[in-house]
Design a protein around this ligand. Structure first.
Ligand SMILES: [Zn+2]
Length: 472
């Protein structure tokens, strides 16, 4: 481990780089690099449209495997006439190569890494899309400026063994993001060595967060949470942290173009063992980007697209120096990430538990987990599983989808014949027994029934706990 005295002035190297890099005059009077007149910025809408028009279809990010990352990185590099550098910077516990995909020849180095947590895949395809976009558009002025001003190092899929299992931890069972000090994981060692070798002036740590996160008390999902990562308990400000806050401000404005009210600020508590915190301490100020829920059952395309757009716009803002003009207040005023969002909230129903208890009035809060199943090296399935997370009076909570069902019954799907449109007779609800009762922790295989009078009920909706979202 390095000598502590090197860190008596945390962020000093980044600060020096930042100051050397900052324009001496206001941006508006700067003659931009290249001398070909003012280079227009990359516009979020144009980036988004380019992604829609040009992207390669990698399928759901959860099923993007290490072999695809390897083959795409090789293809993009081989096709780039020397624009890209592809390097193996280490091997995972199980021997999978960890890659550095680099481009640009500028003095200011930027480091981006994705999927340090194996089950947080959104940014990995976004990084591949970025590399491909840079390759295809390298002669356009704004991209040429990025290549002239920056050297960008990407590590797509830092934890390939975790990704293979769709699990947070690496093959040792260690959370790599708690290994910055002990450095017992080869993945963590590779990241630190890369950081120390290039001493980038800015880093991006790319994750996914729990779908229960909302943007403040608005009830809207925190589709993205941003953080200017602190390097001490006091959350000391340095020029490096000003840069990350301003970068977050730029990204917020870009993301809110597409997802108004869905950008939050991540909890800024200092974590002594985490990589973002320590990489900031070692001199590379870090922006944390967490992708969350977006609404709907297949939000991945939007999340990947907006990762691509926000990260490209951030690189452009840094390369053009426009980041220095960003309003710090746009970072400080971000609503705080807040837990308590359900995927689906059934409000005001008569709840039938399927255990012989008489129906009672209440709400049912349903959460979602996403999982990958199947052989480690065979075909794999990406599934969404709904689960009952809470029931009772849930009026203080919000959800991605809320169903108001006053006067209706919610029950476990006790019979396979229960399909939408079917009418049934239930003389006594206490006789309805289900092998999978409606209870907290159980899969949400449920039916919503409208009372037609007497003992008759109409099945209005069937909620299936499990849905296969993709195979590979
Ligand atoms: Zn994570």
């Amino acid at each position: 481990m390095s000598c502590p005295s090197r860190h008596t002035r945390p962020g000093l190297i980044a600060a020096a780089l930042f100051l050397a890099f900052a324009p001496a005059q206001p941006v508006s009077s700067q003659v931009p690099a290249g001398g070909a007149g003012l280079v227009p910025p990359l516009l979020p809408e144009a980036l988004s449209q380019a992604w829609l028009d040009e992207r390669r279809d990698y399928g759901p990010p959860a099923l993007v495997d290490h072999a695809l990352v390897l083959s795409e990185s090789k293809r993009i590099s081989a096709d780039s006439e020397g624009l890209f550098t592809l390097e193996e910077i280490g091997r995972s516990v199980e021997g999978r190569p960890i890659l550095r995909v680099a481009f640009g020849r500028g003095p200011f180095h930027v480091l981006l890494w994705s999927q340090m947590h194996g089950d947080e895949p959104t940014a990995t395809p976004a990084l591949l899309h970025m590399a491909e976009y840079i390759r295809r558009h390298r002669d356009e002025p704004a991209i040429a400026r990025i290549l002239d001003e920056l050297t960008v190092h990407m590590v797509p899929m830092l934890n390939p063994d975790g990704a293979r299992r769709f699990q947070r931890r690496n093959a040792q069972g260690i959370d790599v993001n708690r290994d910055a000090l002990l450095l017992q994981t080869p993945e963590g060692r590779a990241l630190k060595a890369l950081r120390d070798r290039f001493r980038p002036g800015l880093g991006f740590n790319l994750h996914n967060q729990n779908w229960r996160m909302a943007a403040g008390k608005t009830g809207k999902p925190a589709s993205f949470a941003l953080l200017s990562v602190a390097f001490d308990e006091a959350r000391t400000m340095t020029p490096g942290r000003v840069l990350t806050k301003k970068t977050c401000a730029v990204m917020r404005d870009v993301l809110e173009t597409f997802a108004p009210g869905q950008v939050a600020r991540y909890d800024d508590e200092f974590e002594v063992r985490a990589f973002g915190d320590n990489i900031t301490l070692w001199g590379t100020p870090v922006v944390l980007l967490e992708s969350g829920a977006f609404g709907g059952t297949t939000p991945d395309e939007d999340l990947v697209r907006l990762n691509f757009v926000a990260l490209m716009a951030a690189l452009d803002a840094v390369a053009s120096r426009r980041v220095h003009d960003a309003d710090l207040g746009r970072y400080e005023s971000l609503p705080v990430n807040q837990s308590g969002l359900f995927a689906l909230l059934v409000r005001g129903a008569a709840i039938v538990t399927g255990t012989g208890i008489a129906p009672f009035i209440g709400d049912v809060g349903i959460g979602v987990v996403r999982a990958v199943r199947g052989e480690i090296d065979g075909e794999r399935e990406f599934v969404r599983v709904l689960r009952v997370d809470d029931l009772g009076d849930l009026r203080v909570f919000h959800a991605l989808e809320t169903v108001e069902v006053a006067g209706m019954y919610v029950a476990p799907a006790w019979d396979r014949a229960l399909k939408p449109g079917v009418t049934i007779d239930v003389p006594d609800w206490t006789t309805v027994k289900s092998k999978t009762p409606l209870a907290v922790g159980m899969p949400a295989n449920l039916v919503l029934l409208r009372h037609l009078g007497d003992d008759r009920y109409l099945v209005e909706r069937v909620i299936e706990a499990e849905e296969v979202l993709g195979k590979r």
